[in-house]
Design a protein around this ligand. Structure first.
Ligand code: NI
Length: 129
């Protein structure tokens, strides 16, 4: 599966962005608020590598508990797939569990995404191509 981005948790997206820019990353999409997930989200690019910065903005955010666990660090790879439902079914056969149901992601033009977890892999995200 082709990698779309690496998701990177940030305790403070402004400060974390500054550190990425110092290392030569550029802003691909300015920060925006995802109301559904209650996160600030921003895409950075370094050559072919795309990093998604995520800062949970509320304790009600489904991403908030991750902040305690991971602090400032990468926490998921996102893969581009042709058919979300089909890939979820295939990955379920391979031992993945859906942890966030299929929902549109405003920060990626409303494309549908889904999050899954596997005990030996951790969290992955799928985005519809
Ligand atoms: Ni992501």
């Amino acid at each position: 599966m082709k990698i779309h981005h690496v998701g990177y948790l940030a305790k403070n997206i402004e400060k974390t962005r500054k550190k990425f820019l110092e290392l030569g990353y550029g802003v691909e999409r300015e920060v925006m608020y995802d109301e559904y997930r209650q996160i600030d989200i921003e895409f950075l690019k370094n050559g072919d590598y795309r990093v998604e910065l995520i800062q949970p903005k509320s304790e009600d955010s489904p991403m908030f508990p991750l902040l305690k666990r991971f602090k400032n660090s990468p926490y998921h790879f996102c893969y581009e797939v042709a058919d979300l439902e089909q890939s979820v079914e295939e990955l379920s056969q391979m031992g993945y569990t859906v942890i966030q149901e299929i929902a549109p992601a405003p920060a990626i033009d409303g494309r549908k995404v889904v999050f899954l977890n596997n005990i030996s892999m951790g969290i992955i995200e799928l985005v519809e191509a």
